[in-house]
Design a protein around this ligand. Structure first.
Ligand code: GLN
Length: 447
């Protein structure tokens, strides 16, 4: 009840939610009360959560931030939703996001912008901007987001919360609306590292319904939080500390490095030589996969169908023209182009090769260090409207998070301080594949 009141009071300023499920939330909370009274307490019994609107939820409208799914009410829960519910979590609603998770500012949503709770003139980041703003505004205890190129870590950084992108395959994608399937991962956005460890443990693990989920035991992530960073060898990738990094971000990272030294960690410089190609590689692979994934929105199987079609092709064309926003259309065009015969080898295939080189950069670095410490974003949260007309500027702001998705490994964003204007600044810790315990332990010792 306190959180529902908080949501009502803060939503006019923040706009984190697309749908608030107040009645269902109250009913679930009362059921949790009865279970607690009976002594039947699971990991998340009665814990109020909210989810990015990319997760399909049985009986609760799921829009993915798009007009084309404005009235889509899924008939089933995705795996992570079912796991949260089975462990007693209470769902308070669905959170705003960039349309189909394409963006870095939550401005491409068809349902309005979300404002950064630290400064209403600024974006909360994206695409999981609703999730990060919800946590920063204290509207729910924990949230989940998805991260294809930084969409959990960057908004966490801009909103002063913790965001973790697990290793590809660690968390099931079944019932998560697909953007770029070889990059998408589900992860927690929370107030602190302990909550992130709890949420990751609650949703991680093999799922026969996702063919890319990995059959590998889920460690007790909370047990990894020893408060110690002694003996950790941390790499500083040379290519990430160059020009273009905001002086205040740089300063926050330098202070963090000193803190880690004080905790007994050791630093070495490493090189990720293909960093310069990461953004271009990502925007070929992600858009190619997106153009294929989004072919399913045809006015027949899902979502919006135009009212004015003359014939089948016209129906496809008009339904998609009316349902998709500008950024999604731009990506479909880019992806279709990269996949078309004649360009496939030059763009898509080349990008796949460069992706392998980027992956090898990380493997090589992890031969000599346990984790990497990097910026999350080049600057603190930018102003609403500042980059909407300049997609390339928007794309470049993901330079430090995208390589981690291309490599398929894990990363966490943890608050590292504030700019002079009072905006949160995060730092990123990148781990080996399935090295979530190590980055959680380091982040926890630091926070
Ligand atoms: N900003 C990046 C993009 O627009 C990443 C988004 C994401 O991680 N979903 O593709």
């Amino acid at each position: 009840r306190a959180l529902l009141a908080r949501i009502e009071a803060t939503e006019p300023q923040v706009g984190a939610f697309i749908t608030v499920t107040a009645a269902e939330g109250l009913a679930a909370a009362e059921a949790a009360d009865r279970r607690i009274a009976a002594g039947e307490i699971d990991l998340l019994t009665g814990i109020p959560v909210a989810l990015k609107d990319i997760f399909v939820t049985a009986g609760v409208r799921t829009t993915c931030g798009s007009r084309i799914l404005e009235n889509f009410v899924p008939p089933y829960d995705g795996t992570v939703v079912a796991r949260l519910k089975a462990q007693g979590a209470v769902l308070l609603g669905k959170l705003n996001q960039d349309e189909f998770a394409m963006g870095s500012s939550t401005e491409s949503s068809a349902f309005g912008v979300t404002r950064n709770p630290w400064d209403p003139e600024r974006t909360p980041g994206g695409s999981s901007g609703g999730s990060a703003a919800c946590i920063a505004a204290r509207q729910a205890t924990a949230t989940l987001g998805t991260d294809t190129g930084g969409s959990i870590r960057q908004p966490a950084s801009h909103c002063g919360c913790v965001g973790l992108k697990p290793t590809y395959g660690r968390v099931s994608r079944y019932g998560v609306i697909a953007y770029a399937s070889s990059l998408d991962q589900v992860g927690p956005l929370t107030r602190d590292v302990t909550d992130a460890a709890i949420m990751l443990g609650a949703v991680a693990g093999y799922d026969p319904l996702d063919s890319t989920s990995v059959e590998r035991p889920v460690p007790d992530y909370r047990a990894a939080l020893t408060g110690k960073a002694t003996g950790l060898k941390i790499g500083l990738p040379r290519e990430y500390y160059r020009e273009g990094l905001d002086p205040e971000v740089k300063q926050a990272l330098e202070a963090a490095i000193e803190t880690f030294r004080g905790l007994g960690a050791e630093f070495v410089e490493v090189s990720l030589p293909h960093t310069d190609y990461a953004v271009a590689t990502y925007y070929l692979i992600a858009t190619a996969e997106a153009s294929s994934n989004l072919a399913r929105y045809d006015g027949v199987r899902f979502g919006h169908r135009t009212a004015t079609a003359e014939g089948l092709l016209d129906m496809f064309r008009k339904s998609r023209a009316e349902g998709f926003g500008a950024e999604v259309k731009r990506r479909i065009m880019l992806g279709t182009y990269a996949l078309s015969s004649g360009y496939y080898d030059a763009y898509y295939l080349k990008a796949q090769k460069v992706r392998t080189l980027i992956m090898q950069d990380f493997s090589r670095a992890f031969e000599s260090v346990d984790l990497l410490l990097t910026p999350v974003a080049p600057t603190p949260a930018f102003k609403i409207g500042e980059k909407v007309d300049d997609p390339l500027q928007m794309y470049l702001s993901d330079i430090f998070t995208i390589p981690v998705n291309l490599a398929g490994t894990c990363g966490i964003s943890v608050p590292a301080g504030f700019s002079a204007a009072g905006l949160p600044i995060g730092l990123q810790l990148v781990g080996r594949p399935f090295g979530e315990e190590t980055i959680l332990r380091a982040a926890h010792a630091f926070e």
